[in-house]
Design a protein around this ligand. Structure first.
Ligand code: FPP
Length: 271
């Protein structure tokens, strides 16, 4: 942890947090780059460029507070098919130059970078840079920054089921023996804990096919702030909101009936 490197504003929010209840894994749907640019009469790509700055700033704050896992939805599989070709090409170049320009900072911040998604479908030159960045930062022990690239939650499940079925055939495992843990082992995220907190910027109340399996019990925080305006302090504010919630993991609150006798006292008329 490098709390002393937080800005005074970040430090003020951090000091309100309970250190024992910091999330282990924060996932973010980065949305609103296009609107950010549009509201300034700028071309959309300038919103993406500014969004890349937010990626850097938020990652560095995450590393300063010792957040172990940060997973950012960078390019969805569906969105990449729908965006104009020139914008997709720009995003690819932006990712490549982001990695080239930021590996040094990742080393300074002890950040390890990884990827999830059908990354083998990305342009070869981008894949080379991705691999170089992952290998260079592989031994860092601070925050693991995972970029979801060419990612879709349903296609992740398809890939997981393909892997699991192949394993079952190979090991002669009967379908009735499949467990949740078996599915987990075949997801792209097999090596990480599920997110505790999912943040979505730009006010949309949607999951957009992100980490569908993994967010079963995740707390969701939606902010109207557009991604290019999102900074480390907003990450800390989202964590503060998260800490004010009671997490139940599918369980119940403390107003449960304790015994059958207690239940007998309530003569419930259902008409
Ligand atoms: C949504 O904006 C955002 C994205 C396209 C994904 C995030 C991409 C970046 C932050 C660019 C750089 C990424 C890295 C990892 C360097 P949108 O175009 O959907 O916005 P809109 O909904 O306002 O149109």
């Amino acid at each position: 942890m490098r709390i002393h490197e937080l800005t005074p504003e970040e430090r003020a929010v951090y000091d309100t947090l309970k250190p024992e209840r910091l999330p282990q894994h924060v996932a973010i749907i980065m949305d609103g780059n296009g609107r950010w640019a549009g509201s300034r009469s700028l071309k959309r790509f300038l919103g993406h460029q500014q969004g890349a700055k937010s990626v850097q700033m938020v990652t560095e704050t995450a590393s300063r507070i010792g957040l172990p896992w940060l997973t950012l939805y960078a390019f969805s599989l569906e969105n990449n098919l729908r965006r104009p070709r020139a914008e997709v090409n720009f995003l690819m170049r932006l990712l490549k130059s982001y990695l080239e320009g930021n590996v040094k900072r990742m080393m300074d911040n002890n950040v390890r970078i990884r990827y999830i998604g059908r990354t083998h479908e990305l342009p070869a030159g981008v894949q080379d840079t991705m691999q170089w960045a992952a290998e260079t930062t592989a031994r860092n022990t601070g925050t693991t920054l995972t970029l979801a690239l060419n990612y879709g939650g349903r296609s992740e499940m398809v890939d997981a089921i393909r892997g699991l079925v192949a394993e079952m055939k190979h090991k002669h495992i009967a379908p009735s023996h499949i467990t949740e843990e078996d599915i987990h082992r075949h997801l792209y995220t097999a090596h990480m804990p599920d997110p505790d907190l999912l943040i979505r910027t730009s006010g949309e109340m949607r999951i957009s096919n992100y980490l569908l399996w993994q967010i079963a019990y995740t707390e969701i925080f939606v902010t109207d702030r557009l991604w290019p305006d999102f900074r480390g302090i907003h990450l800390l504010e989202a964590i503060a909101d998260f800490q004010r919630r009671e997490r139940r993991f599918g369980g119940l609150g403390d107003n449960v009936l304790a015994t059958d006798e207690e239940a007998e006292q309530y003569k419930i008329a259902v008409s």
